[in-house]
Design a binder for this molecule. Structure first.
Ligand code: G3P
Ligand code: CA
Length: 244
């Protein structure tokens, strides 16, 4: 059985502003991680942009919805000062910039792309995303995930060879249905309810919980030999995985 794969949630968000190039650079410094997780939205001018929230307030000096601004407007914002003055002026990256960065880094891990259509609608984002990935001729594995199961179905309908996983806060019958239909491969459950069910889930081979940050909980995931863990605590995860 393969060892549990470690995914860096929004980059190394303990060390740099989440979902920015510095956060991805820091994540790659922890060489033993297996994948990088990023979140994508669509701008007013139909560009793919990488940021977690659909609103700008928490991580930038902007206001309102990401989708109400053009890429140029979003890139004029400061997405680093909220984290520390050291990162003042850090930009919200476009997906192009992230893919170019990964190319330059000779990235050969897994890119886990979350399509952020759970709180807002971005008509056409699925096709835009697949076109962008095709444009870069990426050679590393790409996994698509979303809380929005319609987004996942649309991705599958566009290309039934894609690796697609479902994010969920709670168990939902439709997840298992989509898994049986081979629309999705893995289920990525919220750690907060998942941990109570770890024994049961441990028997379920296609599960990667998020966001597992506590030592005892990480240990459980590694001991259960689940296929993956999505975490903010990259160094700790790498260390604990070695100890199991
Ligand atoms: O990869 C799992 C995780 O990113 C889902 O939650 O809210 O951090 O995007 P969130
Ligand atoms: Ca995410």
């Amino acid at each position: 059985m393969m060892e549990t794969q470690i995914f860096a949630h929004r980059g190394a968000r303990r060390k740099a502003p989440e979902n920015t190039i510095p956060a991805y650079l820091k994540a790659l410094e922890t060489e033993e991680i297996d994948g990088l997780e990023i979140d994508v939205h669509l701008t007013k001018d139909n560009q793919l942009v990488v940021i977690h929230d659909e609103k700008l307030e928490r991580t930038t000096n902007g206001h309102g919805l990401v989708g109400d601004y053009t890429l140029a407007e979003l890139q004029a914002l400061d997405a680093g000062s909220y984290f520390s003055p050291e990162f003042a002026g850090t930009k919200i990256p476009s997906l192009d910039e992230v893919l170019t960065f990964l190319q330059v880094q000779h990235f050969h891990k897994i890119l886990l792309i979350e399509v952020k259509t759970d709180h807002v609608e971005y008509p056409g984002i699925e096709q835009r995303l697949l076109d962008k990935i095709a444009e870069y001729h990426v050679t590393y594995p790409v996994i698509y995930q979303s809380f929005n199961l319609d987004t996942l179905q649309r991705l599958h309908d566009l290309d039934d060879t894609l690796a697609i996983d479902a994010l969920t806060y709670t168990p939902r019958w439709r997840l298992w249905k989509l898994q049986r239909q081979r629309v999705i491969e893995y289920i990525h459950p919220d750690n907060r309810w998942f941990m109570n069910k770890i024994y049961w889930w441990g028997k379920h081979p296609r599960t990667r919980p998020w966001t597992v940050n506590k030592k005892a909980e990480m240990r459980k995931v590694f001991q259960a030999k689940l296929p993956g863990i999505i975490t903010d605590e990259l160094d700790l995860a790498v260390q604990l995985r070695k100890e199991i």
